[in-house]
Unconditional design. Structure first.
Length: 392
């Protein structure tokens, strides 16, 4: 039988059972809409996550000191003052760990109480603002404390709780046996996990009270206005040291970008997995519909076989029927996905994102789903013995 006749026969058969065709098409449409909508929402999620991380990366610059001839704390503090004068810079301050290891912290004399160990940072007042550490009680130290080398500190709220600081009345703590007055507590933003449970003191206090011979040189953290990071990266090393611009290297932290990529990959994989399950459900729905259709149409199949229809013609007709159902389901599913994903993204305040490739693939996905679902019913219909069918 010519292919044109097979297709025409398949179309007539579908028109003869509109309810069954509608149910099968709906199953495919649901599956295709699930995966196309998932891809579109995933793209919206990816763009939203990217925008958040890009906003962070585009406004935070880190000045890393050279490995040789590293600047002193005073140099870092002075350099941050020069960088603060650049256009587009909001905050710039010296920042660094006192030591790699954690330092014992106590409320009383170090030999009379079991210490709590914590990381201790030296940070200029502007560095606290650049890193957006939120002061939740008291206040953070200012330029006056830095200039005077005052023995003051701000501590993370968790460390304050571990030390039993419940009422804020400028309590004294001992940082590696050195008395320091706590004037504020803070909480850390999600991108600064190293500051959780930490103590932060002015760089001048660190120089005056602590052994700094084995200290790492301080970096400089710079918070810029949106869109100004690129120019600051180029200008900041010169502003920090006009005589030796190579003393500092200005970089944008790679960690948020890596985290962004991981989040995007995980979310896309999860959502695509859900979409794949939806397509599998749609394929299963077509398979069930075509199998029931084969049983209901046994007399028709018997008559056609008895009047000369070949097995390949019967199988081809069933495959064409399932492919047409899949095609219609794919087109309907793509339309439903576009509308649903657009409404969802607008409701979440995102810019709607369309995935052209996913939309183009939707009809092909529907056809593939229909053909796959129709393989077993087509094989069953083509193997029916016309004599047995007619006797039934």
């Amino acid at each position: 039988m010519p292919a044109r006749d097979v297709i025409a026969e398949a179309i007539r058969a579908l028109r003869g059972r509109p309810l069954g065709a509608l149910l099968a098409t709906g199953a495919v449409a649901l599956g295709v809409a699930g995966i196309v909508g998932t891809v579109m929402v995933s793209a919206g999620v990816s763009r939203a996550v990217t925008a958040e991380f890009d906003a962070l990366n585009s406004t935070l610059v880190t000045m890393i000191p050279a490995t040789s001839g590293a600047p002193s704390d005073v140099d870092a503090d002075t350099a941050s003052t020069h960088i603060s004068a650049l256009n587009g810079v909001e905050h710039a301050g010296a920042w660094g760990r006192l030591t790699t290891d954690q330092i014992p912290i106590t409320r009383l004399a170090a030999d009379s109480e079991r210490p709590v160990y914590a990381h201790t940072f030296a940070a200029g007042p502007a560095a606290i603002d650049a890193y957006q550490l939120e002061i939740v009680s008291g206040r953070h130290y200012d330029d006056g404390h830095q200039d005077a080398g005052s023995p003051v500190a701000v501590v993370h709220s968790r460390l304050a709780a571990d030390l039993g600081i419940t009422e804020f009345t400028d309590p004294m703590i001992f940082v590696d046996e050195v008395p320091v007055t706590v004037i504020g507590t803070f909480v850390s933003p999600s991108d600064r996990p190293e500051t959780i449970g930490a103590v932060i003191i002015p760089p001048s206090t660190a120089s005056a009270l602590f052994d700094v011979e084995d200290r790492h040189p301080l970096s400089i953290v710079v918070r810029t206005q949106a869109g100004a990071a690129a120019s600051v990266v180029n200008e900041a090393p010169v502003a920090a040291n006009p005589v030796n611009p190579d003393q500092y290297a200005a970089v944008v932290s790679a960690a948020p970008r890596q985290l962004r990529g991981q989040i995007e990959a995980n979310m896309r994989g999860l959502l695509l997995g859900i979409g794949a399950v939806a397509v599998a459900v749609g394929t299963f729905g077509i398979g069930i519909s075509m199998t029931l259709n084969t049983t209901q149409r046994m007399p028709e199949i018997g008559v056609r076989r008895a009047t000369g229809a070949t097995r390949s013609a019967i199988a081809g007709q069933f495959l064409v029927e399932s492919a047409v159902l899949g095609l219609i389901g794919g087109l309907v599913g793509a339309w439903v996905a576009v509308v649903g994903a657009t409404v969802t993204q607008l409701a979440l305040g995102w810019t709607p994102v369309a995935e052209p490739l996913a939309l183009l693939m939707a009809p092909l996905l529907g056809i593939a789903s229909g053909v796959l679902a129709g393989l077993i019913p087509a094989r069953r219909a083509s193997r029916m013995n016309p004599a047995d069918v007619l006797r039934m």
